[in-house]
Every structure is written in structure tokens, then in C-alpha cells.
Design a protein around this ligand. Structure first.
Ligand SMILES: [Zn+2]
Length: 333
């Protein structure tokens, strides 16, 4: 499904379905101006996503062989099909920090280190193995790296007479870039701010306190004059950015408090056990019956919040041996 959502420059939204995933869809945005085009994000590396994207692009006369592809971040629902744009007449753009992290995920030992981190937080091995096997975050990534032109804060990409400015907004991922058309007050938000769901904030290997970084950058969004905020998933909204930023900050404040309550009752809990004591929208399922990949995301999110509380000196980490293995446990300070 393709929808024209803005004229001059013409901006289209292609609905790319993410079947079976709680995110439901990806909003792929296409900007056309003066015979040029740019595509923002792609969907998973699956046949279903590719057919939806390719069909949408051809409907509006854009070919993956002659365009610009802007990848906002390394999540598979955004970068998955980027390799399908690897043509001499198409430039793929990505934030420098994000691209370097992505390369380490694909070519280095980063994924192994992330798995090890989950073991340390008490994630049971059988559940971890199942989560790794079924995790869309890794199985729908591109099968190889591809050449990109890297962007840093303030760099611009032009599409005919339209200028897109890259804004560095890490937090959701180590180096997510969002894009701003300043003279039209249009912001392509990627997953930095979504209207119907709260973006997942997780613990990234080698990065401290991603939640604080995220919350600071959420407030930074309000420095920009935005009339048309365009999120990467689900519905556009009539809600103002100010209202939505306040709601998301309140959501994290509630979650931080819940964690303190769990640790009050269960001092010495692992990250996995803290996550199990929180309330999640798991479509009505109890924690023990939740799919392992959802537990994986929930534990990552819990760890990001625990790190925030550790930086506030409200929670401390105690390393312990349990069943012959070293694990992290947490206590109130
Ligand atoms: Zn994402």
C-alpha cells in the first residue's frame, strides 16, 4: 500500500508488512523531487517485505538501481534489504557510528559477546539458544555488509531541491540517524519516537547507560521545529511531539520505579529475574510462557533501566557464583 502524504517535495509512505512481529509494519518513506528520489529504510530481508517494497517503489516510478537509500539504524526491519540497493548508480547512506557497530556485529565477535552478557544476567541457556535461533533482530539482517557513504551530525543529502539533514540520535541503537527537512519542518523519526508503541531501549555491548542517552535525545527532539513528524512504525499522529515525548519519559519513570520495587522484594535477583517480575505486554501471556525471543528483548530493556539506576546510585551489582557460574545480581543501595 502506497500513500502520498506530502506534496512539494512529494513524500510517499510504503506500508511494508512485518508479519508475525509485534511491530506490525515498517513505514518506508520515499522522497521525490526534481527527478531524483531517496528511500528511507527497507523492512526485513524476507520475500514478503521485498515484494511490498519493490511493488511500492515501482508504483511511484522509483528503481532500487537509481536512487539514494538512507538507512536510519542497524535493526533488521530497517536495514534488512539494503543489500538489494547495492548498484553503481545508487548510494547507500548510513550514520558512521551505526555502520561501524553494524560491521562489528556482522564481521566481529560482537554477537558472541552479547550472548555472553545475557548468560551473565541469568538467562537460561536453553532459552537463550532458542531466542538466538528465532530472533528476527539477527536472522533478517542483510547476509553481508555493503558499501555505504557514512554520515555524521549535520551532514546533508540532497534530493532535487530538497535537503535532508542527518541528526545523530543514539539511544535506541548506538548511532541512530534521523533526518530533517528544515525548511518544510518535516522530521523522519526512525525509531527514536513512535506514537503507538514505546521504542525498545536495550543494553548494547560496550555502551553505558543507553537509556539516559535515549532520554536526553528524546528531549533534544524538542529543539527542532516540526510540523510533520514521521515515525517508522504504525500510525502517524495528530499528537504533538511535546505530548508524546512527555508520555515516553513517564513510561520509563514508571518502569524505573517498578524495578526498585522488584529489588525491594527480591534482593539479589538477576537481570532475568527482575525482568520476570515486571509487567510486559505479552499478549496476555505470563512471563514463563512468553516466547524466548520476547524475553530476550525484555531482559535487554530491563538491563538498560538497571544501568540507569546504577548510575543514579540507587542499585548496585553484586557478582556471585551460582551453580558453578559467575552471574550478576542486583540490590538496592
Ligand atoms: Zn529499531
Amino acid at each position: 500500500m502506497v500513500e502520498l502524504i506530502h506534496r512539494s517535495p512529494d513524500i510517499y509512505k510504503i506500508d511494508v508488512p512485518l508479519t508475525g512481529n509485534p511491530l506490525k509494519n515498517l513505514n518506508c518513506y520515499v522522497i521525490k523531487d526534481g527527478g531524483e528520489s531517496a528511500v528511507i529504510d527497507t523492512g526485513f530481508r524476507t520475500e514478503e517485505c521485498w515484494q511490498a517494497l519493490k511493488g511500492g517503489l515501482s508504483e511511484i516510478g522509483v528503481s532500487p538501481e537509481h536512487t539514494k537509500l538512507l538507512v536510519t539504524h542497524l535493526h533488521s526491519d530497517h536495514i534488512g534489504l539494503a543489500g538489494y540497493f547495492n548498484y553503481p548508480d545508487t548510494t547507500i547512506y548510513m550514520g558512521k557510528v551505526e555502520y561501524e557497530y553494524y560491521r562489528r556485529m556482522k564481521e566481529g565477535d560482537l554477537m558472541g559477546r552479547i550472548d555472553q552478557q545475557y548468560r551473565l544476567e541469568g538467562f537460561p541457556e536453553d532459552e537463550l539458544q532458542d531466542a538466538i535461533k528465532t530472533n528476527p533482530a539477527s536472522i533478517y539482517l542483510p547476509d553481508a555488509t555493503f558499501p555505504v557513504t557514512t554520515l555524521q551530525e549535520g551532514d546533508t543529502v540532497t534530493v532535487g531541491g530538497t535537503t535532508l539533514t542527518a541528526i545523530f540520535m543514539p539511544g535506541h541503537t548506538p548511532g541512530q540517524m534521523i533526518f530533517y527537512i528544515a525548511d518544510k519542518k518535516i522530521m523522519f523519526l526512525a525509531d527514536h519516537l513512535l506514537f503507538d508503541i514505546t521504542p525498545n531501549i536495550t543494553k548494547w555491548s560496550g555502551i553505558d547507560d543507553s537509556l539516559r542517552q535515549y532520554m536526553n535525545n528524546l528531549e533534544r527532539l524538542l529543539d527542532f521545529d516540526v510540523d510533520l513528524p514521521l515515525p517508522a512504525h504504525r500510525n502517524l499522529s495528530n499528537k504533538t511531539l511535546e505530548d508524546r515525548v512527555a508520555e515516553i519519559l513517564a513510561h520509563h519513570a514508571v518502569r524505573l520505579n517498578q524495578i526498585l520495587k522488584v529489588l525491594e522484594k527480591q534482593p539479589g535477583a538477576t537481570g532475568y529475574e527482575v525482568a520476570g517480575g515486571l509487567t510486559w505486554s505479552m499478549r496476555g501471556r505470563a512471563w514463563k510462557d512468553a516466547p524466548n525471543r520476547q524475553k530476550w528483548f525484555a531482559v535487554g530493556e530491563t538491563l538498560a533501566h538497571i544501568e540507569y539506576l546504577m548510575a543514579e546510585n540507587k542499585v548496585c551489582r553484586v557478582k556471585k557464583e551460582r551453580n558453578g557460574k559467575m552471574i550478576h545480581t542486583y540490590e538496592l543501595v
